[in-house]
Structure formats: structure tokens, C-alpha cells
Design a protein around this ligand. Structure first.
Ligand SMILES: [Zn+2]
Length: 245
């Protein structure tokens, strides 16, 4: 499959995709990416992760790959795509974008997403502190915004404060646990309440507008979402405050 010059030949792969074990697939991809290096020992393990994550590391000359068991039954071309992604990352090799695309396409499939969602619900532990902060009560804020902007129609999810006063994750909606988590940075007399309300409003829009999955794309903030977001009076001012946090 290599032409002897050490250049990569990706075209002749299709026929060899069938009836390979994951170990054989990884060995083959390794030979394509590193034609001059003997294939190291390979250990592939499917693990009960809460998310469809995968990891690779080289230890004592052995490659150890840990793949989410959600991908255990994936078609061989998807396993191959992931092998290119992981080995490419480990050895800093540029691999054709088709592999990342193929992998994302699979993760975006409705049946896969549904399975991943169920697994997250069962396996993922979730810390939800409860709505009461030192200064603010998230339930009160949620209910007030719900009445004002959503005709009171949104079902109240679990509400909680993050453990850390994070600046990078100001708020997030977790659909698997139906929870809105707000950064503790807002439970502070120095942070204007407007910013907290705006972040809560944003997360409530995630409740209202589900993520748009089409093809390999995953659009969290749709155009509709962005339009709706501007209905919050003071959103410009709030964004300014957030920038300065
Ligand atoms: Zn968002």
C-alpha cells in the first residue's frame, strides 16, 4: 500500500476495510502514517466512558488506545477514521480531512446521539448545587425571566451554581441532566446582576431551541437563537460586563 517513497497513498484503502479487527485497522493506519517505523505493540480497549471520548498514548513502546464503548459497534470505516485522527494527533501528522468529517458524521447520526445521550444520563455524575447562592437564588431569576420572556412556558430544569467561580464557563445547559449551571462568579456583589440575568436568559434559550444537527455539523447557536437573544433588553450592556469579568 505504500509506494516505497514514504509518501502516503490513501486511495487504495477501501478494499482492505472489511473483516479487519480494530487492532488490524490501527496497525494498517500506523503503517500508512509511519511507513519506516515498525508497528509497535497495540492494545485497544473499549471503556465505559460517560462521553464518546477516545484516548491514545505511547507507553513503554506500546500503543494504548482507549475508545468509548459507544463506538464498539461502529462500522469499520468509522474505526479507521478515528485511528487516523488519534494516530495523526499522536505523531503530529496531517491526515486528510475526510477522516475527521466521516467521524463527525457518525457522531452526529440521530441513533448515535440518542445512545450517547442515554449513556450520559446513566453514567455521567452530575453535581447540582441547588439554586440558592449566597446572594442570588437561581430559581427566582429563572421564574422571573420565564414569565417575562417565555410566557411562563419553560419547564424549570435543575438549577445550580458551578463549584468554581469560572470565567471561561459562565453558564451551560446540560440536556442529558436537564440542568442549567451558572458560574459562581455571578454570586458576588461586584458582578452586576444584569450579567447574571443575561447568562441565565442565554441558557434558557438553549432549553427553548435544541441543537441543530445536520450532516457533520452541529449548530448550537442557530440564527433563530441569535435573533431571540437580542430581545433581552440590555444585552449589549450585559455583553460589555461579561467581557470585563
Ligand atoms: Zn450558548
Amino acid at each position: 500500500m505504500q509506494d516505497g517513497q514514504g509518501s502516503l497513498d490513501f486511495s487504495a484503502l477501501q478494499s482492505s476495510l472489511f473483516f479487519e479487527t480494530p487492532e488490524e485497522i490501527y496497525a494498517r493506519v500506523f503503517r500508512i502514517l509511519k511507513p519506516r517505523t515498525p508497528v509497535p505493540g497495540l492494545r485497544i480497549e473499549f471503556c465505559r466512558f460517560a462521553n464518546p471520548d477516545s484516548f491514545i498514548r505511547l507507553e513503554n513502546g506500546q500503543l494504548h488506545v482507549r475508545i468509548s464503548d459507544l463506538l464498539q459497534g461502529a462500522p469499520a470505516p468509522v474505526t479507521e477514521a478515528l485511528a487516523f485522527i488519534l494516530l495523526g494527533k499522536l505523531y503530529r501528522k496531517t491526515v486528510p480531512r475526510i477522516y475527521a468529517h466521516r467521524y463527525r458524521l457518525y457522531l452526529n447520526r440521530r441513533d448515535f446521539r440518542r445512545q450517547a445521550h442515554l449513556v450520559r444520563q446513566v453514567r455521567g455524575r452530575k453535581f447540582v448545587s441547588g439554586p440558592e447562592g449566597k446572594l442570588h437564588n437561581l430559581e427566582e431569576i429563572f421564574d422571573r425571566l420565564n414569565r417575562t420572556y417565555f410566557d411562563g412556558l419553560l419547564g424549570r430544569p435543575q438549577l445550580g451554581w458551578s463549584r468554581q467561580a469560572s470565567r471561561s464557563m459562565l453558564g451551560h445547559f446540560d440536556p442529558s441532566h436537564n440542568a442549567i449551571i451558572i458560574s459562581r462568579i455571578f454570586d458576588n456583589p461586584d458582578t452586576p446582576p444584569l450579567a447574571l440575568e443575561y447568562v441565565m436568559f442565554h441558557e434558557m434559550l438553549h432549553l427553548r431551541y435544541p441543537v441543530d444537527h445536520s450532516g457533520a455539523r452541529r449548530r448550537v447557536h442557530t440564527r433563530e437563537f441569535r435573533e431571540e437573544e437580542k430581545k433581552f433588553p440590555g444585552w449589549k450592556e450585559a455583553k460589555e460586563i461579561l467581557k470585563k469579568l
